[in-house]
Design a protein. Sequence first.
Length: 172
Amino acid sequence: MIVLGIDPGTADTGYGLVESTGCRLRALGHGVIQTSPGVPLERRLAAIHARVEELVREHAPDTVAVEELYFGTNVRTAFAVGQARGVVLLVAGQRGIPARSYTPQQVKGAVCGHGRAGKEQVSRMVARLLGLPAPPTPDHAADALAVAICELNRGPLERAVARAEQKAEPVA
């Protein structure tokens, strides 16, 4: 199974591709889609869309996993991240690829064992889990790989629970 993990943003959108074969995880690639702040938003979003579409064409992921918004104090940034996130979800929808979302705490928990891990700890664990010689850089790419690992760790259980709930008879 191949998962495209995304850490969305309008300036920097991190991406990470992880393949799972049995119990082994392998990084297929990672990087950052950068857009310039001086470029109109609609062109920045188009650039993100084009690159994510290219990644999907090249690697044919089975699932796209996207980090959910973390609302801090800057609402303007949160809206911009939401727009970039929407573009990624649009690509998945256009291609018929299932998309799942995870909170930053879920991602950290899946990679480090607890939801309060720092960026350095997440990067080190991503490197260890993927057998990389060093933590991946930049941070957005490491975060995207972590999102993909989260999907590979959590996704099968969540899908099994959803199937069981669908099969369960309604209680009157």
